[in-house]
Design a protein. Structure first.
Length: 113
């Protein structure tokens, strides 16, 4: 199983980034896919999730700014992040869940002027 996250980087406050996570080795379409993040000195937190039916949920801190989506044909989940603030700075991890869960490596997002 491999979850390959990409798309992180340095962005100015108010900017946007789109993260991608390409999955292999799982039956992607039946998995709930999730994005977590972890800032230095803080616990890992759930940012957004999308289930196999396409239903989504978000952390209160990102509602209205972040959008999670999936492309089952490409085995890829996305996280569109808009109106970024320094508080969004963290390593972002994708996660798959169906009976058991798998984690990808993190991709760093830094929001700074």
């Amino acid at each position: 199983v491999q979850l390959q996250a990409s798309g992180g980087g340095l962005v100015q406050p108010g900017g946007s980034l789109r993260l991608s996570c390409a999955a292999s080795g799982i039956n992607f379409r039946i998995n709930t896919m999730r994005w977590y993040r972890q800032a230095p000195g803080k616990q890992r937190e759930l940012v957004a999730a999308i289930n196999s039916a396409g239903s989504t949920n978000y952390a209160d801190s990102v509602k209205g700014r972040f959008t999670i989506s999936r492309d089952n044909a490409k085995n890829t989940v996305y996280l569109q992040m808009n109106s970024l603030t320094p508080e969004d700075t963290a390593a972002y991890y994708c996660n798959s869940l169906y009976i058991r869960q798998y984690w990808g490596q993190g991709t760093q997002v830094t929001v700074s002027s």
